[in-house]
Write a protein of this length. Structure first.
Length: 482
């Protein structure tokens, strides 16, 4: 057996944290036994089980040091990783010779797995308090980061391990929506079955329904059934990225699937039973699409059972150093040529807005690694590279914009096109006016600092009419400024 494969004992009181650790270690190729009991942990250790012990400091009434001492007395030389919410412990070799490492909660999974990999040569290993090792997780856990937002994501994955609930992931382009969906699948009871991903934006709109549900047709009188992605994902997980572009026909079929666990292929007459876990994702505001009549409200609530939001990179800048380290290792083929970014360069990258999110960061690091062979990537190199990126984005954004009438016309064209051979639901006039009136009144009130008399004058409507619209449209008016 590979010497880097470890038999690991995990003793953690929080079931969510315990599950996340166990799943991540298992995917990294380790053999894991987990428990919430210090008594059971000590029983395993006394029987000689385990090559590494990961221990929650809160499992005992003591401060964690007592439990470490017990383990050390029972199994000298057994490496111990202590998880705690404070930083009063230091990483060292204790009196019994055990390698002892403290990891503060919330911790980074890549650090934990990389640390365990380094224990394969335990007798010679030297570990410093601030060591960050991410090799060993490069191909195993692409969701990286120690920010509060990412820790919330890890906890959500753990809570979903025994659930088949429908999940909808929201997040901007480049945030890793498919990676999160795949991690949810890998930690679920369906992990040994297929994960089928469909990027709906890459499928021609007229073929989306057939691509998902399959279709029946006849050739020379013979009935031909062409299976869709649902059939391929049977018993497993189907991930639909950018669910917002489903046609109304596809929305109706998806609703039936979620209600009855059955669907009809396009052109088919009978129902096909289905046992598939559905995970969807979007970068658009589905609630807004529902209000516009572009997305079915009943389907929205069926999909929105467990909503998860992937934050844009600008909201988790503290994860950028970890991501950079990951990408540097990914793009350097030899250790000898591996580069590192200076602290000043990292600081500059942390304040950049990253409109393309992790995908843009990945491309940026790849470009720098290819163009510069320096062992240390300086702030000047990063500044020059970012300037090139900014100028390219600026050229794209500075194209002349449409006027208000043109914008509305394009919106309406898209709206009617989406309905194809059907007509929008009744009440379109009122819905469109509401979409225009709400921001118009809000902006006017902001300009008049909440003065409704002045706002009514600017708008050219009666003051009482304005008050009625404020109530109807739920427009917020700052108190004391009316």
């Amino acid at each position: 057996m590979d010497e880097t494969i470890k038999k690991i004992l995990v003793a953690e009181g929080d079931p969510s944290v315990r599950t996340v650790i166990s799943r991540a270690l298992s995917r990294a190729g380790h053999h894991v036994r987990s428990t919430s009991s210090s008594y059971e942990l000590m029983k395993w250790i006394s029987k000689g089980q385990g090559e590494v012990a990961i221990v929650d400091a809160t499992l005992t009434l003591g401060n964690g040091a007592d439990l470490v001492s017990q383990i050390s007395q029972s199994r000298p030389k057994l490496p111990i990783i202590l998880l705690s919410t404070n930083n009063v412990f230091s990483s060292t070799n204790n009196e019994q010779g055990n390698l002892f490492k403290h990891v503060s909660k919330p911790f980074d999974l890549d650090e934990l797995i990389g640390l365990i990999k380094s224990l394969s040569t335990f007798k010679n290993v030297q570990i410093s308090q601030n060591t960050k090792v991410s090799k060993g997780i490069v191909d195993k856990l692409p969701l990286l980061g120690n920010s509060p937002a990412m820790q919330d994501i890890y906890r959500s994955i753990a809570r979903l391990t025994n659930s088949d609930s429908t999940v909808i992931i929201s997040g901007e382009s480049g945030t890793g929506r498919e990676l999160l969906a795949k991690n949810i699948h890998d930690c679920s009871q369906r992990r040994n079955l297929l994960f089928v991903s469909v990027k709906l934006e890459s499928v021609p709109s007229e073929l989306i329904t057939k691509a998902i549900f399959g279709h029946e047709h006849r050739i020379s009188g013979e009935r031909i059934i062409s299976p869709g992605k649902l059939s391929l994902a049977e018993k497993g997980t189907l991930f639909l990225d950018e669910i917002s572009i489903l046609s109304l026909e596809a929305q109706a079929k998806m609703l039936k699937l979620l209600r009855e666990n059955a669907y009809s292929p396009v052109g088919g007459q009978g129902l096909v039973p289905s046992d598939v876990r559905i995970i969807t994702a979007t970068k658009r505001n589905l609630r807004s699409l529902v209000a516009q009549g572009l997305f079915r409200e009943d389907l929205f609530y069926r999909l929105n059972v467990v909503p998860l939001r992937l934050p844009p990179l600008r909201e988790r800048a503290e994860d950028i150093p970890t991501l950079i380290q990951y990408f540097v290792q990914l793009f350097h083929t030899s250790k000898a040529s591996s580069s590192r970014f200076s602290p000043e360069a990292i600081s500059r990258l942390k304040i950049y807005k990253w409109p393309g999110n992790i995908r843009e960061l990945k491309n940026f690091v790849q470009r720098v690694c290819v163009l510069y062979t320096d062992e240390l990537i300086s702030d000047e190199i990063v500044k020059t590279s970012l300037l090139d990126t900014y100028e390219n984005q600026k050229e794209i954004k500075e194209t002349p914009g449409d006027g208000l009438a043109q914008t509305i016309d394009k919106h309406l064209e898209k709206y009617f096109t989406a309905h194809k051979n059907t007509l929008p639901a009744s009440g379109l006039y009122e819905r469109i006016l509401r979409e225009i009136e709400q921001p118009l009144i809000s902006r006017t009130l902001a300009a008049t600092k909440g003065n409704q008399i002045k706002a009514a004058e600017v708008l050219g409507i009666n003051r009482n009419t304005l008050r009625a619209k404020i109530r109807k449209l739920d427009v917020r008016v700052a108190r004391g400024n009316r």
